[in-house]
Design a protein around this ligand. Structure first.
Ligand code: C2E
Ligand code: CA
Ligand code: CA
Ligand code: CA
Length: 276
């Protein structure tokens, strides 16, 4: 019995040990990957429900390391935020996605490109400036770029005047802000007054239970109406079925994103999808 207990302790600490190893491995390899520009960006289409056309895409970072394998954004982003490497991921995605936006435009594809940025990135007082200088460098018009911030971001930004200032500065140049994961955070509507938000993105957890629960249907209907009455564009993410799409359309939702249309794909596949 004593022996078994001892083994148990050893195996527990092995688990912890493994987790720590993986983390430091990810940190090390990520630095290298950033240096060698080994990250990728894929794009997930967004469809306008009135026209049925693809009018925008969300840029999503992808990383497959030759030693570690695929590291999902859900694992990668929190580590990058804690270590500060998120700034480098942000610059990489902004440059890559805005270059792509310009390329699509030159081919006659009018697509808005959304980029996810975290609150930590906006604590850098030069964030707005560096975004604008990247756009200028690659010749990308600011009004085709959207920045997605989460409700958590909005709540923290509400108390930080330098972040609000930077958001306004970007808004002045034509960049629009999307409130991501809407409905999952804290029921504070104060940031709606303070922050220059133009798009509400209803979180996919609500959409998932849309067909099962009448309560969820009323909730989503309410969110869409709230957005419309605030003059915001309302987009639903995680739309996987035709039924979900039709219901959302009947509520007056403006746009959808999700596997029903397409998962995140390469820039060339986006061009193909738009032409269809
Ligand atoms: P998010 O911003 O909420 O992005 C949507 C996530 O839902 C993406 O996961 C996307 O692939 C997934 N998704 C899309 N359609 C569907 C669907 O129909 N059903 C379901 N179940 N899922 C769907 P992904 O790419 O793994 O990204 C996870 C999160 O990582 C993102 O959530 C975002 O918060 C973060 N992230 C991704 N790329 C970046 C980035 O470049 N910078 C930052 N700061 N965060 C990023
Ligand atoms: Ca997002
Ligand atoms: Ca989301
Ligand atoms: Ca609307």
């Amino acid at each position: 019995v004593r022996k078994a207990g001892g083994d148990h302790i050893v195996s527990l600490s092995n688990e912890t040990h493994k987790a720590i190893n993986r983390r430091s491995m990810i940190e090390k390899r990520l630095l290298l990957a950033l240096d060698q520009r080994n990250l990728k960006v894929l794009y997930q289409p967004q469809v306008d429900l009135q026209s049925g056309k693809i009018t925008g895409v969300e840029a999503l970072v992808r990383w497959e390391d030759e030693k570690i394998g695929v590291v999902s954004p859900d694992e990668l982003i929190p580590i990058a935020e804690e270590t500060g490497l998120i700034h480098h991921i942000g610059s990489f995605v902004i440059e890559k996605a805005s270059r792509q936006a310009v390329e699509w435009q030159s081919k006659g594809l009018n697509l808005k490109v959304s980029i996810n940025l975290s609150v930590r990135e906006f604590r850098d007082k030069n964030m707005a400036k560096s975004i604008l200088s990247t756009l200028a460098k690659v010749g990308c018009p600011a009004n085709i770029i959207q920045i997605e911030i989460t409700e958590k971001f909005a709540l923290e930004a509400e108390a930080e005047t330098s972040i609000i200032k930077q958001m306004r500065q970007l808004e002045d140049q034509g960049i629009t802000f999307v409130l991501d994961d809407f409905g999952t955070g804290y029921a504070s509507f104060r940031y709606m007054q303070l922050l220059p938000i133009e798009v509400l993105k209803i979180d996919k957890t609500f959409i998932r239970s849309l067909m099962q629960s009448e309560k969820t249907q009323r909730l989503i209907n309410g969110m869409v109406h709230f957005g419309n009455s605030m003059n915001l564009t309302v987009l639903a993410e995680g739309v996987e079925t035709e039924e979900q799409k039709e219901l959302l359309k009947s509520y007056g939702c403006d746009a959808i994103q999700g596997y029903l249309v397409s998962k995140a794909v390469s820039e060339d596949e986006i061009s193909e999808l738009v032409k269809k």
